[in-house]
Design a protein around this ligand. Structure first.
Ligand code: ZN
Length: 116
């Protein structure tokens, strides 16, 4: 029997690193929010927040989760009204494990599946 339960890795991601590469290091320092186009055609506003770094490299910039308002560096694409969520929200809303937390047999089935 093939197990189709989703795992965290099934959710597409948008990372701060990708966004910074897109916008440019200098421009992102002055950016406070972004409108991100996600694959289903919607545009979602995502805030950026800054936390003072403690190793002298300036502020750390984080994405603000549109669901919980928490800080994160990676947002997951979700098929719900939020569209993007941090991993904590995905875990809370979808109860999905990471692939590494699933039994080995299930991991193999999922890997074969995803290449079809
Ligand atoms: Zn969240």
């Amino acid at each position: 029997m093939i197990d189709h339960r989703p795992v965290m890795e099934d959710f597409g991601t948008i990372s701060y690193r990708e966004i910074r590469r897109d916008i440019g290091r200098r421009a992102i320092k002055h950016t406070t929010s972004l409108t991100l186009a996600i694959p289903d055609g919607r545009s979602i506003d995502v805030g950026l927040t800054r936390v003072r770094g403690n190793i002298g490299n300036g502020d750390l910039i984080y994405l603000v989760c549109p669901c919980c308002g928490g800080r994160c560096w990676t947002l997951r694409l979700t098929p719900d009204e939020h569209g993007l969520m941090c991993k904590k929200c995905v875990q809370r809303e979808y109860r999905v494990p990471y692939r590494s937390q699933t039994p080995l047999g299930y991991r193999r089935v999922a890997a074969i599946d995803s290449h079809n």
